[in-house]
Design a protein around this ligand. Structure first.
Ligand code: NAD
Length: 295
């Protein structure tokens, strides 16, 4: 990673202050990860309760590290004080990078990104953590598309090693180098990928999910499928449990975008198990009921 950071560091801009827009599952995790690797992060949301939740999650993660003896109280205090929750847009003005992690809605994201550009300097890099929306589409109305790219983290951010760095049509090489170096500094493994719906990981993951829902239509039992994939095949978890972790609502939405983007390749059937669960509001771990029940 150090070699990667050094190699890409040649043309990279220094990133000493980050800002994250959205303090949800992903935004909170990105701010925590950045701060814990020594790059202070402003965590901006429109909702005070989300900010409190984001800070609570960071405190919980740090407490675990403290219990395991990986950090001391001093270090914990230092990391916590370098995550700065804010409701105020002006707070992001001096950031070297702004990572947008608001809801997965193209209209909301486009409006937020345009606002961000007006709040920061011309040198600031702006990145989106979108899971599925093409970066060139989000860049369409931006004044500085060369300073914009995708920076796609995975859930939970502090555990998942990969970060997809997505090159939009007009993204400059300097922006890509800077974001690659920042991801490496955060302790992640960046991969640079081309722009398309779902980028790299979701193009691999969704045919797998849709293959799984087809198995169910053929009469398979989801518990058995999970058991085979986890216990016999050796993956960390099976597809049903993974969908519960991701969130059936998130999976449903991303699945629709992927099926629309690649109708021939995704292999989605109409009214599959993900659609049925979504309509029944069984969203997985987040609301206690998905393929499995969580009490
Ligand atoms: P979330 O619903 O947990 O959080 C979204 C947050 O954005 C909320 O706290 C909301 O108050 C805030 N927000 C909404 N509008 C805002 C605005 N104008 N300014 C500032 N904050 C605003 O969502 P999430 O799961 O963290 O997802 C965020 C993004 O990350 C989405 O684009 C999603 O596709 C992507 N993503 C999610 C996952 C996942 O597994 N959840 C994985 C990778 C990428």
């Amino acid at each position: 990673l150090k070699a990667l950071a050094k190699k890409s560091g040649k043309n990279a801009q220094a990133i000493n202050q980050a800002a994250v827009l959205g303090a949800g599952i992903m935004g909170g995790g990105i701010a925590y990860q950045s701060a814990s690797r020594g790059i202070p992060a402003i965590m901006k949301d429109i909702n005070q309760a989300a900010l409190e939740l984001g800070m609570n999650e960071a405190t919980k993660l740090l407490n675990k590290q403290l219990e395991r003896g990986r950090i001391d109280g001093l270090k914990m205090g230092k990391i916590l004080s370098s995550i700065n929750p804010s409701l105020n847009y002006e707070s992001i003005a001096n950031s070297d990078i702004v990572v947008e992690a608001v809801v997965e809605n193209p209209k909301v994201k486009a409006a937020v990104l345009k606002e961000v550009e007006q709040k920061v300097s011309a040198d600031t890099i702006v990145a989106s953590n979108t899971s599925t929306i093409p970066i060139s589409l989000l860049a369409k109305d931006l004044a500085r598309p060369e300073k914009f790219c995708g920076m796609h983290f995975f859930n939970p951010v502090h555990r998942m090693p990969l970060v997809e760095v997505i090159r939009g049509e007009k993204t400059s090489q300097e922006t890509i180098d800077s974001v690659v170096a920042y991801a490496a500094k955060m302790g992640k493994t960046p991969v640079v990928v081309n722009d398309c719906p779902g980028f790299f990981v979701n193009r691999v993951l969704f045919p797998y999910f849709f293959g799984f829902t087809r198995l169910l239509q053929d009469g398979a039992d989801f518990v058995q499928v999970d058991k085979v994939m986890e216990k016999q095949f050796g993956w960390p978890m099976g597809p049903a449990y993974l969908l519960d972790v991701v969130g059936i609502d998130t999976g449903h939405h991303a699945g629709e975008v992927m099926a629309k983007g690649f109708p021939e390749r995704m292999g989605k059937t109409t009214e599959d198990a993900i659609d049925v669960m979504y309509q029944a509001q069984r969203f997985g771990q987040k609301n206690g009921l998905g393929f499995y029940a969580y009490t």
